[in-house]
Design a protein around this ligand. Structure first.
Ligand code: SF4
Ligand code: SF4
Length: 361
């Protein structure tokens, strides 16, 4: 009997601890959580970039061996899209940029399951953009909203870019063309070429970047809203996502704080459910709503909202699980040896290393 009591006691205590922990987790501020996740991904990106710089330095000049960080392939989305199509059509998960494909799959899954959260929770460019417009608001007193006549056509530019790449890759490339690209000298060295691009930045590229940064100060998320094809892909996929920002019109007092807080210029206070390709689920709107249980993130027909910490955890888990699975199944590190990198780096200015160079070598 005593044993049963103590077992019950333990169960009660465990439940009480969980209730307390859950209450604390539920009370976590969504914006602080988001900042935490953004910083973790930013640091991971910077670390990966730095390790890659060291790796290329080692390939060039020798010295202490440095292993190549496979995560650098996150910056090769077109190569990853080509790999994805090749994988689907042939069942071959190529070993040239396997991590790039794993990261691409994780991002696509994020888009379908947790909307365009990648843009406001994970992407370092999204993070930078956010702080540029916040800086703009500080120095200018407010941000500019482009007139609809300009905003709509500009928003379609990112879809045109996405369509251009998707049509070229998904619509036009045969299995033979996919294979030729994947194993081409250009693709093998695409990561190194990307580094060289930044090392020898042309004046044109430099000024384009400066212009984008300057435009991002008065205009919220200029790059993400108007130009990023990744944003377009995720915006499109997010329309199929079950989670949506949901407003209860019965308790809403029409203060419009949500609309003012929205970086995507969505009229949140007028909508019962935010179905927009521009919503990045940044949760800024829900964090400023003064009325309880009025504006939150929900699955359809669910009475309870999704707490921000559950949402944050889901985003991180999707990324960790997909990339972890790739590591466990040997689809993470590429098959290029340091020697191959060394030989190819010496001849990287030859035409076969241009994206039109083609050829298998
Ligand atoms: S609707 Fe809310 S969650 Fe979506 S972008 Fe606007 S502020 Fe962020
Ligand atoms: S912030 Fe909340 S109460 Fe105010 S308009 Fe938006 S949903 Fe309604």
């Amino acid at each position: 009997m005593g044993r049963v009591d103590s077992e019950k006691e333990i169960e009660e205590k465990t439940k009480a601890v969980w209730r307390k922990t859950k209450a604390k987790l539920d009370a976590l501020d969504s914006q602080k959580l988001r900042l935490g996740v953004q910083i973790v991904f930013l640091l991971a990106t910077l670390y990966t970039g730095w390790r890659f710089v060291l790796f290329v330095h080692y390939v060039r000049y020798g010295g202490q061996p440095v292993t190549r960080p496979p995560g650098v392939e996150a910056f090769l989305p077109l190569s990853s899209l080509i790999s994805l199509k090749y994988w689907v059509l042939t069942g071959i998960y190529n070993s040239i940029h396997p991590a790039g494909l794993a990261i691409f799959i994780a991002i696509v899954l994020m888009g379908i399951l947790v909307k365009r959260s990648f843009c406001s929770w994970v992407c370092p460019i999204g993070f930078l953009s956010e702080y540029l417009w916040k800086f703009g608001r500080k120095i200018l007193g407010r941000n500019w909203v482009l007139p609809k006549a300009l905003d709509y056509p500009l928003r379609s530019v990112k879809y045109l870019l996405l369509f251009f790449f998707a049509w070229g890759i998904l619509g036009q490339m045969s299995v033979m063309a996919l294979r030729a690209f994947i194993y081409s000298p250009y693709n093998r060295m695409a990561d190194v070429k990307m580094l060289l691009f930044f090392e020898h930045l042309s004046a044109f590229s430099f000024w384009v970047m400066v212009a984008l940064a300057v435009l991002s100060i008065p205009i919220k998320n200029f790059w993400c809203r108007y130009l990023c094809p990744y944003g377009a892909l995720l915006g499109f996929l997010s329309l199929f996502s079950p989670v949506k920002i949901t407003r209860n019109p019965k308790t809403c007092v029409d203060c419009r704080l949500c609309t003012e807080a929205c970086p995507a210029n969505i009229q949140v206070h007028k909508l019962n459910r935010v179905v927009s390709d521009e919503c990045t689920t940044c949760l800024r709107c829900t964090s400023v709503c003064p009325e309880e249980k009025t504006l939150d993130l929900r699955l359809p027909n669910k009475k309870k909202p999704i707490p921000p910490w559950v949402y944050a955890l889901t985003i991180v888990l999707i990324f960790v699980l997909v990339t972890g699975l790739a590591r466990l199944t040997g689809h993470w590190k590429n098959s290029l040896s340091v020697e191959e990198y060394r030989v190819r780096l010496q001849e990287i200015n030859r035409p076969i290393y241009n994206h039109t160079g083609g050829g298998r070598r």
